[in-house]
Design a protein around this ligand. Sequence first.
Ligand code: NDP
Ligand code: 8X3
Length: 252
Amino acid sequence: MQAMTVLITGATSGIGKATAEILGSNGFNLILCGRREERLAQLKKELWAKTQVHTLQFDVRDKDEVFKAVQSLPTDFRQIDVLINNAGNAHGLDPIDQGSTEDWEAMLDINVKGLLYVSKAILPQMVERKAGHIINIGSLAGKEVYPKGNVYCASKHAVDAINQGMRLDLNEHGIRVGAVNPGLVETEFSDVRFKGDAQRAATVYKGYQPLKPEDIAEIIYFVLTRPYHVNIADLVVLPTTQASSTIVKKEL
Ligand code: NDP
Ligand code: 8X3
């Protein structure tokens, strides 16, 4: 049987990169996406002995770039069996009255509209084949709201709603749709949120054991390797020390 092809957005770091590594090691063909071209090239080099890899460099905010990138796929990569909508970030952590409109726009444009653009570019072929699998990376922030999380939480609540909406609308086409919603995972997420302030970012993961990107990647691998009649619709995955967005048992 021909290996399945998986397109991963946000494959240049964190959860997306770890997912590329585990799927590549298990023989899935990969289409890896992100803005940082050198990281995509490095990952392709790392994985090419294990599997077939194609990279697409685009910003999910740019609708035309998204559609052009998907249309540019070479024949061997044109059939996308699995889409992992992972690209996303938080920008800022401010009370709503002090938040920056640029940060709000970035989060809504990337986490919500970007996810929709990529999905729209790929869904028609899944609908035509009456097969496919979409895994949306949501967040605990899509299930709860925490102080100063306002717009990031709104963007992830939107992902939760889109995940449910996709499942309803794509049901008649036999397409699997599900979400994986992590709690605290140590990635570049907090570097981005705090705009490169590494010291502030490090405090987020201090005094307890957060999840590693590999923990989520293993779960994504499990989700997509279930028999086709099994759809894991919605998973929340937390570090053991985290009870909710605001309750984390620290050892310090
Ligand atoms: P990282 O910052 O490590 O990775 C984010 C990825 O998204 C990068 O590969 C980045 O690639 C890509 N990305 C960001 N903006 C854009 C854009 N405009 N266009 C294209 N790609 C983009 O963070 P994580 O791995 O933690 O985040 C991955 C997902 O997991 C996100 O959706 C996040 O919301 C979610 N999540 C993370 C949690 C955490 O605690 N870390 C918890 C819950 C959910 P590049 O910069 O090269 O474009
Ligand atoms: C990322 C986790 O708690 O920083 O979605 O919002 S959190």
